[in-house]
Design a protein around this ligand. Sequence first.
Ligand SMILES: N[C@@H](CCC(=O)N[C@@H](CS)C(=O)NCC(=O)O)C(=O)O
Length: 212
Amino acid sequence: MLTLLGTPNTRTTRVTWALEEAGAEYEFVAIDLIGGGAKTPEYRDLNPGGKVPTLLDGEHVITESAAIVIHVADRFPDAGIIPTEPVARARCLQWCFFTIGELEQPLWTMSKHSFALPPDWRTPAIMPTAAREWLRAAKVLAAGLGDRRFILGDDFSVADIMLAHTLAWSRFAKQPIEHENLQAYAGRVLSRPALARARAREAAAKEQTTSA
Ligand SMILES: N[C@@H](CCC(=O)N[C@@H](CS)C(=O)NCC(=O)O)C(=O)O
C-alpha cells in the first residue's frame, strides 16, 4: 500500500504526478503546511525536517522528492518512466539531481526570502543574485535539452517530471524562461494528462481535509 503525505501545489506534486504516470493505486493524505501540519511530532517521526512530501511504502518511509519519484518509477517498471540501461539511467538521475541541486535552488532561495522564512530571517538583497543563478541554471538545461522532445530523447521519464515541475515553479515565481526550446518543452510536458489527474487528486484531498 502506498500513502503519499503532502501538500497540494508544492514539491509533492512531483510525486503525485509520478504516481499517476505509473498508474499506481495510492492514498493521498493532505498535510496543512501553513497550519503546521508538517511540524507535529507524529509527522516529524516520518520526515524529521518537517517537510513535504513523504511516501509510505508499506513499512518503509521515503523522503526527498527526487528519491521518491525514482522509487515510484522503479516500483512500476511497466510504466517505463525510468530507463534500465545503465548509462541512460545515469542520465535520468543526472537531471533529477540537477533539478534539486541547481535548477530549483534559486527559486527556493526566492521563496524562502519572500514568504517561507520568518520575516526576521529574510534577506531581500539576495534576490538579484538568485535571479542570476536562475538564468544560469536554465541556460544549462536549455543546452542539455537541445532539440529533444524529452530530456532523454524520445522517451518521457521521471527526470521530465522533476524538470518541468520546476519550470512551472519558475512561472509562478515570475522568473523568465528565456529559451524557446525550454518554453516549448515546458508546454509539452506540463500538458500531460497525468499531471492534470495529479492536480485534481490533490485538490480533492485538500477539499476533503478542509470540509472534515
Ligand atoms: N529536498 C526536499 C525539499 C522539500 C521541501 O522543502 N518542501 C517544502 C514544500 S515544497 C516544505 O516542506 N517546506 C516547509 C519548510 O521548509 O519548513 C524535497 O525535494 O523533498
